[in-house]
Design a protein around this ligand. Structure first.
Ligand SMILES: Cc1cc2nc3c(=O)[nH]c(=O)nc-3n(C[C@H](O)[C@H](O)[C@H](O)COP(=O)(O)O)c2cc1C
Length: 88
């Protein structure tokens, strides 16, 4: 599961806490993908792991500065293609 979120106060936005508290992704792989204002992932990846202790959380996801979003399409496409995810 690719998991997109913006960095808010160096952590996940609260609605995403609710989402991860509500659903069980045990046994799944979570691939973090964030946009940020300069802080990168901050503690977001740790928070995902804490809320989904039985999921595998990839620690080298993709983080994009909000200042680079407009030019980031190729980077995002290459990253997604490099993940070799099933398309079905
Ligand atoms: C409430 C709030 C808190 C934020 N806190 C941070 C932060 O701690 N570190 C950071 O790098 N960016 C922070 N940002 C910037 C967002 O990560 C950035 O604006 C967002 O990823 C870009 O998407 P947007 O166009 O939806 O704002 C914050 C933004 C908001 C609205």
């Amino acid at each position: 599961m690719r998991f997109y979120y913006p960095n808010w106060n160096a952590d996940l936005p609260m609605p995403l806490y609710t989402f991860l508290e509500e659903y069980d992704f045990s046994g799944k792989t979570i691939i973090p993908f964030t946009t940020h204002g300069g802080s990168g992932f901050s503690r977001t990846v740790q928070t995902i792991s804490d809320l989904q202790p039985d999921a595998t959380v990839i620690t080298d996801g993709l983080s994009i500065s909000r200042n680079s979003v407009a030019e980031a399409e190729d980077e995002v496409v290459n990253w997604v293609n490099g993940l070799n995810l099933a398309t079905e």
